[in-house]
Design a protein around this ligand. Structure first.
Ligand SMILES: [Zn+2]
Ligand SMILES: [Zn+2]
Length: 492
């Protein structure tokens, strides 16, 4: 067998494995959820295309088109017939000097072409760059949107000093047409494995909620708490690797990543009053299970993150004890009702023995996706910020490794800070309402997407920065670029 055959066989085997896994997940799961997402993709006329977005773009005001861009767009089709080498040859030919007369052998309107030629090549550079970036996004199954195309174009324009290029809506539209790119709706099937319809589970859920509701009369909302660990992969290449709990699998993105072994764990806590409580607990994965002295000294210091580590990046009973002593006790009222799931690390009653005022109740097995507030609504919201960060690093091929421990600490610190803003109070209260603990809907609220990522394409508002926006801060409402948010550590 030659090398190519081997590679083909491996690829086939991979595909077969993926399909088997998907079929297995579908067969063994108890419920499904269909998610939709829009992304740009090539028009291959098979799947359903989201016409709506495409039409929107076409309805753009034609005055967006600046004269200069219009000119070069028209010129482009014609000029694309010639290679750069050919054009240089033509220029050299006309530039040739006659030795006798010391004048050009051939007449030409050199200056104009020189200027326009340089500019035109810059446009080609932008075009090629945006196309490369788009290809990278597709290869990595990252969702891409018009805003991303625009950002890449502007970044390149800045880099090659093409200051008057604005990457207008028209330019974006024409770019998409030139490369046969349309907006596509991606439908994903999320399977759930918890047996949430069985009679037994329904009974367990009802009883637990009834019991807790009875208890709630003895506590103020800020004394009722929920904590849970969330496992994250260091390489969030695709949606499939987001959770390692094995409860949910996204089908539709066929890509194999065994990055699950490289993971870290975060443990947030929320209160019935709608607050994020205390610092977030972060457990990194260290091969030896501990930080060396040098590493310890150089750890990124964030006030809202308590960092620990283990060999697996997961927590165990000892680490939960450490969480209770160093995170829970210093940040909660003396009297509290702590709701957490039946995961073994939480179970040991000795953990909670130090505090007489803390009563811990255990959510029954297989019911957390229905009655654990963090699971029901909060964690997914929090993870959407983390995912945005990973997506942006991958989309823009930034030279930041989100696998490095200090970058992980910084990232988790910023995400926790964003989630702690008062603007999310009703969102958190909704998580309790949606899990059955509150009778009254807390009222309208904005999601993370509404608050942080509904950017209208303006530029960064930090000092005189003119970079493309990444996030709108949930605290100060400033629109920030990736550098001013992440690298400059925009903490509140
Ligand atoms: Zn801010
Ligand atoms: Zn900026």
């Amino acid at each position: 067998m030659n090398k190519i055959q081997v590679q083909e066989n491996l690829a086939e085997q991979k595909l077969v494995d993926e399909l088997c896994e998907i079929i297995h997940n579908v067969v063994t799961s108890s419920s499904y959820e269909v998610e939709h997402e829009n992304t740009l993709d090539y028009d291959c006329m098979t799947d359903d295309i989201d016409q709506h977005e495409t039409e929107d773009s076409e309805n753009e005001d034609p005055t967006f088109r600046t004269n200069r861009e219009g000119y070069f767009n028209e010129q482009k089709d014609f000029l694309q017939n010639f290679t750069l080498d050919y054009m240089i040859k033509v220029i050299n030919f006309y530039d040739e000097i006659d030795d006798r007369t010391n004048k050009r052998k051939h007449t030409w309107k050199g200056k104009i072409y020189e200027q326009h030629g340089a500019k035109r090549n810059k446009f080609n550079e932008i075009e090629a760059h945006v196309f490369d970036m788009f290809e990278n996004a597709r290869e990595n199954y990252l969702p891409a949107h018009d805003l991303d195309l625009r950002r890449w174009a502007l970044q390149k324009a800045k880099e090659i000093s093409l200051g008057d290029f604005s990457a207008s809506a028209h330019w974006v539209l024409m770019f998409k047409r030139r490369h046969n790119i349309v907006s596509r709706k991606v439908t994903k099937l999320v399977t759930r494995k918890t047996a949430n319809d069985s009679e037994e589970i329904v009974k367990l859920v009802d009883k637990f909620i009834d019991d807790i509701r009875g208890e709630l009369n003895n506590y103020r909302p800020e004394q009722v708490l929920n904590t849970d660990q969330v496992g994250l992969s260091k390489e969030l290449h695709s949606r499939r690797t987001l959770t390692y709990k094995g409860e949910k699998t996204t089908v539709g993105v066929i890509q194999s990543h065994n990055a699950i072994t490289h993971s870290y764990t975060i443990q947030p806590m929320i209160s019935l009053a709608g607050h994020v409580v205390g610092p977030i607990y972060l457990c990194l994965q260290e091969p030896s299970g501990r930080f060396g002295e040098r590493v310890k000294e150089n750890l990124f210091r964030a006030n809202n993150v308590i960092v620990t580590c283990s060999k697996s990046g997961k927590l165990d009973t000892t680490l939960v004890q450490c969480w209770f002593d160093h995170v829970f006790l210093p940040s909660t009222p003396r009297k509290s009702l702590l709701i957490s799931d039946s995961w073994t690390g939480h179970k040991d009653p000795n953990i909670y023995a130090k505090s007489k005022g803390c009563k811990r109740v255990e959510i029954p097995k297989n019911t957390t996706d229905q009655i654990q507030p963090l699971d029901v609504f909060y964690n997914r919201q929090m993870k959407s910020i983390i995912r945005k960060m990973y997506d942006r690093v991958m989309l823009d091929q930034l030279s930041i490794s989100l696998m490095e421990r200090n970058n992980i600490i910084q990232l988790i610190s910023l995400v926790h800070s964003q989630m702690s803003a008062p603007i999310f109070q009703n969102l958190i209260r909704y998580a309790w309402y949606a899990s059955g603990y509150l009778d009254k809907h807390p009222g309208s609220f904005q999601t993370v997407k509404d608050v942080c990522f509904s950017l209208d394409g303006t530029t960064c508002q930090h000092n005189n920065c003119d970079s493309s926006p990444f996030i709108q801060c949930s605290w100060c409402r400033k629109i920030l670029c990736f550098d001013d948010f992440f690298l400059s550590y925009h903490i509140h």
